[in-house]
Structures are given as C-alpha cells and as structure tokens.
Design a protein around this ligand. Structure first.
Ligand code: SAH
Ligand code: SF4
Length: 383
C-alpha cells in the first residue's frame, strides 16, 4: 500500500494542542464511526470509508480523504479531528531494535519498540511492542515500569496510534508481522481501550495484523481473562506467571495476593480459546529466586493439562534492582527441564538491551527520576 508522507501540520497532534470541541476519531471502531456519520446526516457506509482511511491508510487529514465529498469533509473538520503522535524521541540499537518515546496530551510519556524478526533474505519483517498505560499500578518487583506507579490509562486511539505512527516510518516493502501488548502497563487494568485497540489493529481493513498474530500480555487478572478473550475473538493471550508457588509469586507480583495461582490457572484452563490456540505463560528468570531445575519441575506439574507453551525471559537488568540475570547455561537447563516434562518452552531473546528497550525496561525517565528523589524506597524481592 502506498503511503503519503507523514502530515506534520494539521490536525493537532495529541501532546501539542488539544481541541476539546472536536471529537477525536482515532480509537473509534467501525460501528462508532458509522453512528457518528449518521449524526452528520451521512449514510452508515461512510463509517467504513473513514475506518479504512484512518487505520488502513493511517491518514490524519480529512482534506486528503479524497473519495469523501467536499461537503462531508467540511462537516468532519468542523466537528472532528484524527489525533496522531509524533515521536518525542527515537533510538536505534545495534541489533536493529528501535525504541520510540511518545509524548501524550497532558505530558505523560510512553514507549514502544519495533523489533526485527530473523529473516534470511527479503525485506524486513518486524514485531511491534506497544504500551497500554503510562506507568503501571501493579508494582512487580523486577519491572522498571512498575516503579513509576500508574500515571494514566491510554485511550484506544493512543494505543492504536503507536502502531500506526511507527508504520508510517516503514520502507515500501517492510511489514509488521505481529503486534504484542507487552510494553508499559497492564492491559486488563485498562480493559475497554485495550480491547478496542486490539480489535481495531486486528481488523482486516486496518492493515495491521490478524488476531492470531496479536498477543496481549497480562500480569494475570484472573477475573477478567475470559472476558478479554471474548471481547477480542481469536486474540493471543500471554499470562505472566514467574513462579510455581504462591509464596515466591506473591513476592514478585503483588497482585498474586488477590488472585493466587489456583484461581489464575483455573481461569487459564477455562479460557474460551479457538482450537489449536494455546495460552503462553511468561516466566521471568531471576537468578537464585525462581530459576532452579526444581522450580521448572514444579512449574511443569502445575501446568499439566493446560494447552500452553512457556516463554522464558531471562531478566533484563536496570539500575538499583535487587536481581541478577541467570547465565545462558542455567536458562537452557531450566528450559530443558520443562521440555523433558513434555512442555513446549522457548527463550525470548533480549533485543535492544543497550537502549533499554527490552521487556520490563520501558519507563518515563523524567517521572522516574522525580519519584526517586521523592521516595528512595528500595524494592526487595523478599517482600
Ligand atoms: N503488564 C503486562 C504486560 C507488560 S510486561 C504483564 O505483566 O504481563 C511484559 C512482560 O515483560 C511480562 O511478562 C513481564 O513480566 C516482563 N518483564 C517485566 N520486567 C521485566 C524485566 N526486567 N526483564 C524481563 N522481563 C520483564
Ligand atoms: Fe505492570 Fe507488567 Fe511491569 Fe508488572 S510486569 S509492573 S504488570 S508492566
């Protein structure tokens, strides 16, 4: 698909100027756009056209939506706008990983990451990791985002736009192969906007990816897992487990005190997944905390009977954290133990480490520095 150059002037990008009188269409789904067109006295199929322009083409300027009548474009400009983001900062690591920092309306900053996929030849294929909240309230002990606390939820438009903005920078033959909601924030704590953004980005006319290639990662809000799977049919779910017993998990993931392992794994067993879909369990490996072969055996025992695979994440460091990353040998020994017990287990490569773009390393530095000055409380894995 041919893409116009990124429009730098109108309309007002979030973070620069807000026009509260004009409705931001970015983040609205097709039925909502159709209803809005109805309010403007236009037939519902206009909603479909608008959807294709806003998401499929990534267009933000009504005047360039050339198959809409002049009169309709005039009405749209009076009442509405299409919000967009321009990166406040963008950095590339030697391995090709690119991190974007976006400034949102109100001054909050979030980050997303474009990750190269291994490919022997042909134009580049990318994975895209986006944020659903600025900061996060869940406070996991090993995660830098968690140290920020929650700044605010993102809107569906702000979530989807991270992807659309990054897509504007791709070369003509380059494509995003999959999208993961694994950046800053807990998607199930920002349920409505995260689900809407996932539906938009996996819509066939949005030019994103199919639901099969979109994965939402959750800390394990057991009470809402099934509801999310129903809200975004076919979506991939990754559940952050990190331990096979409640005592260890409770120290690492405070929310475990509310939804313990039994409740969480029951919810995973009962997920309304399409056939051949498996849940992914994520497991951050922390040296001396949860990375012993015995931990792997206990994990395998707990996961018995669940259609799943395990993705191991050797911990990505950040300053001041009381953890260490296990050696590659120890990681491999853990993986082998899971495989021996009959599980599918892979190790996630940490891409973008030098620019702090790997899992759990995303944060708004300025806000974090402010918090550290105010509250220098150490975080301890021992609770
Ligand atoms: N809040 C969601 C999604 C964002 S975090 C969740 O917790 O699942 C995405 C993944 O990165 C989670 O599995 C999380 O546990 C993991 N993660 C967080 N900090 C990490 C770190 N420092 N090193 C490796 N993985 C980390
Ligand atoms: Fe939040 Fe996920 Fe980080 Fe936990 S790991 S603090 S849930 S972003």
């Amino acid at each position: 698909m041919e893409r116009e150059p990124f429009p730098l002037l109108p309309p007002d990008p979030p973070g620069r100027r807000l026009d509260p009188d004009r409705l931001d269409l970015k983040g609205m789904e097709e039925t909502e756009l159709a209803a809005f067109c109805g309010e403007l006295g236009e037939p519902p199929y206009r909603g479909r056209q608008l959807f294709a322009w806003i998401y499929g083409r990534g267009e933000c300027a009504f005047e360039r939506m050339t198959d809409l009548s002049k009169e309709f474009r005039r009405k749209l400009s009076e009442r509405a706008r299409v919000g967009f983001l321009a990166p406040a900062r963008s950095e590339e690591a030697g391995d090709g990983t690119r991190k974007y920092a976006w400034e949102l309306a109100g001054g909050a900053r979030v980050e997303s990451v474009k990750i190269p996929m291994p490919r022997a030849e042909g134009p580049a294929r990318w994975a895209f990791c986006l944020s659903t909240q600025a900061g996060c309230a869940m406070g996991c002990a090993f995660c830098l985002t968690g140290r920020m606390g929650l700044v605010r939820d993102l809107s569906a438009g702000e979530i989807a736009e991270q992807f659309l903005a990054a897509r504007r920078g791709l070369g003509p033959e380059e494509r995003f192969h999959n999208i993961v909601f694994m950046g800053m924030g807990e998607p199930l704590e920002n349920f409505g906007p995260s689900a809407a953004a996932a539906r938009i980005l996996s819509h066939p006319r949005a030019g994103g990816v199919s639901a099969r290639r979109l994965t939402v990662s959750t800390v394990g809000v057991a009470s809402r897992l099934a509801e999310f799977a129903r809200a975004v049919p076919g979506v991939g779910l990754a559940v952050s487990l990190h331990a096979a017993d409640d005592a260890t998990r409770g120290r690492l993931v405070p929310v475990n005190r509310k939804w313990g392992l039994d409740a969480l794994l029951r919810a995973c067993r009962e997920l309304p997944l399409p056939e051949r879909r498996r849940v992914t369990f994520e497991y951050v490996l922390l040296q001396g905390v949860n990375d012993a072969p015995g931990d792997a055996r206990r994990l395998a025992a707990r996961l018995r009977g669940i259609r799943c695979k395990v993705n191991l994440l050797p911990w990505n460091p950040f300053p001041g954290a009381p953890f260490e990353r296990p050696s590659p040998e120890r990681v491999e020994a853990f993986r082998r133990e899971l495989v021996r017990a009959g599980l599918t287990a892979t190790v996630r490569q940490s891409k973008g480490l030098p620019i702090r773009a790997a899992c759990g390393q995303l944060a708004d530095d300025e806000r974090l520095a402010g918090r550290a000055r105010k509250a220098p409380a150490p975080v301890s894995a021992r609770g």
